[in-house]
Design a protein around this ligand. Structure first.
Ligand SMILES: Nc1ncnc2c1ncn2[C@@H]1O[C@H](COP(=O)(O)OP(=O)(O)OP(=O)(O)O)[C@@H](O)[C@H]1O
Ligand SMILES: [Mg+2]
Length: 254
């Protein structure tokens, strides 16, 4: 089992869109995949159809208050034979802190509690370095960093990089960087290409060659509660996430 954390301290860069669509492609390529939603805003859960109106299902909150700590009760099929979701809900942030006050454990979600039958676990994180993001980093094999194609997003990356090196030092020495990739790439602008070049200089081969362009279908798919490969399989966004996922899977073989 490989655990990948999609992380960036900056909000709105495409973490949730990427976590969901990469998870969906991993499943489509035949890997048993769990999308684990570590963000109380629960965007990834909604993106996979676990939103309001879908009926109450057990979430990470139920797991936190369940004395038997059975994570599998909060894992649900997500529309593809190999795709599953561990949903979040808004009260997760408060629950986590409340449980933390009484508990001796540092983190509540451990590798051992995730059913071992999963080949891949893709974790979506909130845009902050709070306890949920720390928990995800503490159990992960890889960090994957989406970067919005904007100058300010690149400047802000230092915060994320610093946090990743602290996580490596203090929480999880085996945490590796799977890569950086550019999202919201507007092919018509020079500044998007400049962002790519700056990242290439800074990160070298860690920057993935596949970029995710601006594609309105990605936002529509999120609203429809479906991964793009189901909502609009021939959309450019679907094909780019497919190509990106192939590259990520190849890197994890190395
Ligand atoms: N490539 C893209 N083209 C067009 N819209 C996109 C693209 N990627 C993401 N979006 C849209 O941009 C918004 C932000 O994306 P997303 O929610 O994935 O970011 P995030 O990093 O998870 O945000 P947060 O930090 O708030 O969790 C969403 O409305 C999403 O639908
Ligand atoms: Mg998000």
């Amino acid at each position: 089992m490989k655990i990948v954390v999609v992380i960036n301290n900056k909000g709105g860069v495409g973490k949730t869109t990427s976590a969901v669509n990469i998870a969906a492609w991993c499943a489509r390529f035949g890997h048993k995949t769990l999308l684990a939603d570590f963000d109380p805003s629960a965007g990834a859960s909604r993106h996979l159809g676990f939103g309001p109106g879908a009926g109450r299902v057990k979430t990470l909150c139920d797991y936190l208050v369940d004395a038997s700590r059975d994570l599998s009760a909060a894992i649900h099929p997500a529309g593809d034979e190999q795709l599953f979701c561990l949903p979040a809900e808004p009260s997760l942030a408060d629950f986590y802190l409340e449980v933390a006050e009484d508990a001796a454990e540092a983190f509540f979600i451990s590798r051992e509690q995730i059913p071992q039958e999963f080949d891949l676990v893709i974790c979506d994180c909130p845009p902050n370095m709070g306890p949920l993001a720390m928990n995800a980093l503490a159990i992960a094999d890889y960090a994957l960093i989406p970067v919005q194609a904007q100058y300010l997003a690149v400047a802000g990356l230092e915060v994320t990089d610093d946090m990743l090196s602290k996580a490596r030092r203090h929480l999880n020495p085996r945490l590796r960087t799977l890569g950086y990739f550019v999202t919201h790439f507007d092919r018509r602008t020079r500044s998007a290409a400049e962002v790519y070049d700056t990242l290439k200089q800074r990160y070298g081969d860690l920057l993935l060659p596949t970029v995710i362009g601006m594609n309105i279908k990605l936002a529509e798919a999120a609203r429809a509660g479906e991964p793009i490969l189901r909502y609009a399989p021939s959309a450019r966004g679907a094909l780019e996430y497919g190509e990106l996922t192939r590259a990520l899977l190849a890197r994890m073989q190395d």
